[in-house]
Design a protein. Structure first.
Length: 398
């Protein structure tokens, strides 16, 4: 009797009739399948990677996990010659995206015998690698004066390389740095923005924080503003706890009393999903039931420190998504704030195409940002009645 039981079990395993997700089942004789590599973080389905197969009735709409480079596995069901089978398919996830430069001086000056590594002063990021590397390609020495033409070479863990020219000047003495004359910007009157950009689908407003001091929101409204975005909280470093903007409560009470539409933004340096959750909870608790006219703005701007945080571009996008996920538990949602440059380089399509965007792009003419946006912060040196000094001016597109 035991002999027959063993034979039956063996047959079940060979035909794939019994399925155990911890086992890897071989293809039955005669079945062929050829797959191609898949890009990391891509929205890829099973049917997208199969180049050739004689399997029948495959469920090709199964979504693949592409979060990790290397070999990944997916359990599939298929038919062959009228029989049903199961198979654990191995597919390969690759990363072909180069790391990027966020900042890198193209000319640097070093003193003789200065052992500074030029790579220490650049800021870089990668879609996948949390610690992309940098090295200087080419010969140079600080033992004698001279001008050396070399290259930065930054590389991720998949050996994707991005190079940029660098000139190193080695000198005996640093030249005197001329004193810079403070630039005087031409203030932009709020009424001139209305006159220039007014259309049937536009509204005009401002965004404020404690830096604007005490604001007369009745005068702001009389000047033509219909909304105000205000900072609810701030954290300038990941290790720093969020704190409420000292003018927030006053601003939101007075803005609402003046009949202005209101929204809030959180200046955050959250670098992981736990911090994102904490940030969302801070906003919910600080609002304390106050109703808003806009989604909660996620304002992340600490780009100069990005390399030191040892996170990837993908990690940061997940932080935003976690922030939104936590807000949704309270019937709230998130809006992304970003400059034109960082929207194009650091925020992924899954975020900027699927969420409201508040665009920051300071230009004398209409922005040429090609993505979708709900609101445009068009200057930081605006002037409006009710505020002493500069203020950001915003245009909302309905």
């Amino acid at each position: 009797m035991k002999k027959y039981v063993i034979i039956i079990l063996c047959l079940l395993i060979l035909t794939g009739c019994e399925f155990n997700s911890n086992k890897t089942y071989e293809l039955v004789e005669g079945v062929t399948i050829k797959t191609k590599d898949v890009e990391v973080f891509s929205n890829t389905k099973l049917g997208d990677i199969i180049e050739e197969t004689n399997m029948e009735d495959l469920k090709l709409d199964k979504v693949l996990d592409t979060e990790t480079i290397g070999d990944n596995r997916i359990n599939i069901d298929y038919k062959y010659e009228g029989k049903e089978y199961k198979y654990t398919l191995t597919y390969h996830v690759i990363d072909t995206v180069k790391p990027i430069y966020l900042s890198a001086a193209q000319n640097i000056t070093l003193l003789v015998n200065d052992d500074t590594n030029p790579c220490d002063n650049i800021n870089i990021a990668d879609n996948y690698s949390r610690i992309p590397t940098c090295e200087i390609i080419g010969d140079y020495t600080t033992e004698k004066t001279g001008t050396y033409k070399v290259k930065y070479q930054i590389k991720d863990e998949s050996n994707n390389i991005n190079e940029r020219d660098l000139t190193i000047n080695v000198v005996k003495e640093l030249p005197d740095t001329p004193k810079s004359t403070p630039s005087v910007s031409e203030m932009i009157p709020f009424e001139s923005v209305i006159n220039k950009y007014k259309k049937d689908n536009t509204e005009f407003g401002i965004d404020v924080s404690r830096w604007q001091g005490d604001i007369d929101f009745n005068k702001v409204k009389d000047a033509g503003a219909s909304f105000v975005m205000m900072r609810i909280g701030v954290s300038n470093k990941p290790e720093e706890e969020l704190s409420m903007d000292s003018k927030y409560k006053q601003n939101i009470e007075r803005a609402k009393a003046a009949g202005l539409k209101v929204g809030v933004y959180l200046y955050t340096t959250a670098i992981n999903e736990d911090m994102a959750k904490t940030a969302a909870e801070f906003v919910v608790n600080s609002l304390d039931g106050v109703e808003l006219d806009y989604p909660i703005v996620f304002d992340w701007e600490n780009w100069s420190k990005f390399r030191t945080y040892q996170i990837s571009i993908h990690d940061l996008n997940n932080v935003f998504l976690k922030f939104d996920e936590e807000l949704k538990k309270h019937n709230l949602s998130a809006m992304l704030y970003g400059s034109k440059y960082y929207l194009n380089t650091m925020w992924e399509d899954r975020v900027k195409d699927n969420y409201k965007v508040w665009l920051a792009h300071y230009t004398n003419n209409m922005t040429d940002y090609e993505g979708k946006y709900m609101m445009w912060q068009m200057c930081s040196d605006g002037r409006i009645n009710g505020i002493d000094g500069d203020v950001d001016i915003d245009i909302q597109f309905n």
